[in-house]
Design a protein around this ligand. Structure first.
Ligand code: PMV
Length: 348
């Protein structure tokens, strides 16, 4: 099929891992499986315009706009991405693409936009493939979009579906694959419906060590093998927790995973610390409040200083009060984002 000029548009969410992905093999294959909550408010919206090119070329042709401004600085990343995905999307050189992208969260907030960004772009590209091949089903489009997004940024494979997404081969999870994320296929207790994630922006600066470098440092890491096994074990434990709704056990796994991620950073060669003093202040406040209130608030961390405060729907008033009264003071310029579990990417 040939296709004239056109435009597609997708909005893809960010996600927060509960069992963390840290360490990978060649071809963006994760060293261990991971699982995440899909977010709702934090998202990237991308419009992909395409125009057929008259003369065949060996080069990709695209221009890139971020929040209305040309984004030259990001072009090499997209170029690398296109090279990686071309074997799976052979039409890429036949079109000139205009990529226009914007985030729902503030620029340089320390919130990674790579997951939602690559997911939105992958979905747009899959939509073009669907226009070229009418037999492409919705299920295939999403599965392959996750596969393509993974080649941009590993965690982007988990930003297509909702509300819980599993990525990486795991004995206990039917249909799991290293190549793409799947919607968590088992029963989930009502306790986890509508879970909240308030993201405290502790440090909006550029990270000193990128996640690309961090993943690489797991190669000669003294604790790598044990860590990868532990992730498998934690996933199996979480499976029971999702079924029986045990929030205490949930907290134990999720907080341990967050601290283990940072412990891997602190024990790699070279070693580094992405937490800030206020990250630790917040963690201690959360522990003290949980003890005193009997609520089930807990934290998780990404590869940065920001803290994700997780809590169930039934406790939202009490925990939100606590966040306002005691935690917002530690946020840079008092900034935080109220998010919750979301249900995946949407065609716009
Ligand atoms: O998607 P990447 O390659 O930027 O890796 C990010 C990994 C963490 O966000 C730190 C953990 C995770 O599982 O999302």
């Amino acid at each position: 099929t040939s296709l004239g000029a056109g435009k597609v548009k997708w909005k893809a969410p960010s996600n927060i891992a509960l069992v963390k992905y840290w360490g990978k093999k060649a071809g963006q294959i994760p060293a261990n499986p991971s699982i995440s909550f899909t977010l709702d408010a934090c998202s990237t919206t991308t419009t992909l315009g395409f125009v057929p090119r008259n003369t065949p070329s060996d080069e990709f042709s695209f221009d890139l706009w971020f929040e209305g401004k040309p984004m030259e600085g990001f072009k090499p990343k997209i170029e690398t991405f296109f090279k990686r995905i071309e074997p799976f999307l052979p039409f890429l050189k036949a079109y000139h693409f205009t990529i226009e992208t914007s985030n729902s969260f503030p620029h340089s907030s320390g919130i990674a936009s790579s997951a939602s960004g690559f997911a939105a772009l992958a979905l747009c590209l899959m939509d073009v493939e669907k226009l070229l091949n009418a037999e492409t089903t919705e299920a295939y489009l999403k599965k392959k979009a996750s596969f393509i997004a993974r080649l941009g940024s590993g965690s982007a494979a988990r930003s297509i579906e909702g509300d819980l997404v599993h990525w990486g081969s795991h004995d206990g999870t039917i249909g799991s694959s290293d190549l793409f994320g799947i919607k968590y296929p088992y029963e989930v207790h009502g306790n986890f419906k509508n879970y909240h994630d308030t993201i405290l922006l502790v440090d909006k600066g550029q990270k000193q060590v990128s996640s690309t470098v961090g993943h690489e440092l797991m190669h000669d890491h003294p604790f790598a093998a044990r860590r990868f096994d532990q992730a498998h074990e934690n996933l199996s434990k979480l499976k029971s927790v999702f079924k029986n709704g045990n929030l205490t056990e949930f907290i134990n796994i999720v907080e341990s995973e967050a601290l283990t991620l940072h412990a891997m950073m602190m024990t790699s060669q070279r070693y580094f610390i992405l937490m800030k003093p206020d990250t630790l202040e917040i963690i201690n406040k959360i522990w003290a409040f949980r003890e005193a209130s009997g609520t089930h608030v807990c934290f998780t961390l990404d590869a940065g200083a920001n803290v994700h405060v997780l809590y169930p729907e039934e406790e939202k008033e009490e925990v939100y009060q606590f966040i306002q009264n005691e935690l917002v003071a530690y946020c840079e310029n008092g900034q935080y984002i109220c998010d919750r579990i979301g249900f995946g990417a949407k065609k716009m």
